[in-house]
Design a protein around this ligand. Structure first.
Ligand code: 5AD
Ligand code: SF4
Length: 475
């Protein structure tokens, strides 16, 4: 039962190894072919699009079939141990293929690169090149070295690199929604988190290049951009005019590109999200009313150990403030069960805070100790695995109840929906999202619509994960 619930991976944001090849990189037009798989967070998927752009410049086309590739790349994630194990397995499979195709190169990109460089290259001889998240510009040189038979590596982190001038090649795109990276790295040092070590110091991308990328997407027919950063609220860029641009100001600028372009963002830190951001969201209809506001724990003592810099009460006040300024705002969360020294009562505080916040959705994990983090150096990972798992099940069950209730509360309401695609379950239904980021499925009916169109949909029914409705207005 526990395993079954934990297997039901609604609660894990880490998409697993999606491979993709955009039409624009048709392999027939290029000298060599690359295959790329991405793991982990949206930032990694976004980085893969920068890598694709760099490789395109080097005469590489993309393939969806790794057996046809001259270069196989895995863009890896280190956030939990399981993500690392998955990548390791995959590399072993590729090594087998390499025995019959010695000229083929295998590379590891992203967050595992720094952590495991020597292991991959020397001890296990699994890969030919290892490239960290700030070193993608050096890929062409590294590939040339690897072609010459050398193991090549660059895992240097940078204080400046934002890839601002590189125009990402959209991979696996629906042509409607896209991610735009606005900053890199993180200075927060949450005790459990490996990201500050794998991705380095925080830096904000030039506002001009962000605006240009969003405008280009809109001109190409995209209808939604998600501004991405580990901690978007600390976006801060001082341009040539010496005027600082905050995250609230950036949001407003992007929203002003067109009322027809939806704007989303992720991730917010509860200690940093400002009233300015909330008011800007409320002011513009096209800024989606949805905030991903990771809680991590509902206990003030555990939050302090986690180095989150807010208390239970502070978080509750933030939720109140969001609801005061935007009564219809969707809120989701990340939660960790069984962090070091967490007691049963503290776990219950997490559950009760989830109920207070009435999350629409959460990503839920049990604590996984990561080498080099503050928690690994300072604390004992002392909550037994079976207790962690049981607490996680309670958290998942709580969220399932909250999600169903949140969807039931929407019955009878009408939402403006951006159509993204035909429903996976039925050719005769559309799938889209509300401003609150809820998935809505509804019959196509007689209307002549296409992905990218907006419609008003009235909700008639729901499951825990999806709203079901009917079109009541076409724009
Ligand atoms: N163990 C479990 N979950 C973690 N996260 C980050 N580090 C760990 C860890 N060591 C979760 C946090 C974060 C999300 C992206 O992953 O909840 O917000
Ligand atoms: Fe990790 Fe905390 Fe930074 Fe998020 S804010 S990336 S959890 S250190």
């Amino acid at each position: 039962m526990i395993e079954e619930l934990l297997q039901n991976k609604k609660h894990d944001e880490a998409r697993q190894g999606e491979a993709y090849a955009p039409f624009a990189l048709d392999p027939n037009n290029y000298k060599r072919r690359f295959y790329i798989e991405s793991y982990g967070c949206q930032m990694n998927f976004s980085d893969s699009e920068i890598v694709a752009s760099i490789l395109q410049g080097e005469g590489f086309g993309a393939t969806r079939n790794f057996e046809d590739a001259d270069l196989i790349l895995l863009n890896t994630c280190s956030i939990r141990e399981k993500a690392e194990q998955t990548v390791r397995k995959r590399l072993t499979e590729f090594r087998k293929l390499k025995q019959s195709r010695p000229a083929m190169l295998v590379g590891v990109l992203g967050c595992m690169a720094e952590r495991l460089k020597s292991k991959f290259l020397e001890e296990e001889k699994l890969v030919d090149l290892v490239v960290g998240p700030d070193a993608y510009r050096t890929l062409p040189g590294l590939i040339a070295e690897a072609d010459g038979g050398q193991k090549s590596i660059n895992v240097l982190l940078s204080r400046e690199e934002t890839y601002a001038d590189i125009s990402p090649v959209r991979l696996n795109s629906n042509g409607i929604t896209a991610f735009v990276s606005i900053m890199r790295g993180c200075n927060n040092m949450c005790a459990f988190c490996v990201v500050p070590f794998t991705r380095g110091r925080e830096r904000s991308r030039d506002v001009k290049s962000i605006m240009a990328e969003c405008q280009d997407l809109y001109d190409a027919g995209y209808k939604e951009v998600t501004l991405l950063g580990q901690n978007v609220d600390s976006y801060y860029y001082v341009g040539e005019d010496n005027k600082p641009v905050t995250f609230a100001a950036l949001l407003e600028r992007v929203a002003l590109i067109s009322p027809g372009l939806r704007v989303r963002f992720s991730t917010s830190h509860p200690k940093d999200i400002t009233d300015d951001v909330l008011h800007t969201m409320a002011e513009y209809e096209n800024i989606c009313k949805y905030i991903h506001l990771p809680l991590q724990s509902g206990s003030s003592r555990v939050l302090q150990m986690m180095n989150r810099n807010y208390s239970r009460e502070w978080y509750m006040a933030k939720v109140d403030r969001i609801r005061e300024i935007m009564p219809d705002c969707g809120i989701s969360s990340d939660i960790i069960a069984g962090f070091c020294t967490e007691t049963e009562d503290e776990h219950k505080e997490t559950v009760s805070l989830m109920e207070y916040a009435k999350y629409d959705m959460s990503y839920m994990f049990f604590y996984s100790e990561r080498p080099g983090t503050l928690a690994q150096r300072r604390y004992q990972d002392d909550v037994p695995e079976d207790v962690k798992k049981r607490r996680l099940v309670e958290i998942v069950e709580t969220q399932n109840r909250l999600s169903l209730q949140s969807n039931k509360d929407d019955l009878g309401k009408t939402f403006k929906v951006l159509i993204e695609a035909t429903s996976k379950r039925s050719e005769t239904d559309w799938m889209g999202r509300s401003s609150q980021n809820k998935v809505i499925v509804f019959p196509k009916e007689k209307y002549d619509l296409k992905p990218g169109d907006y419609v008003n949909v009235k909700v008639n029914d729901c499951t825990q994960a999806t709203l079901l409705g009917e079109i009541v207005q076409v724009f």
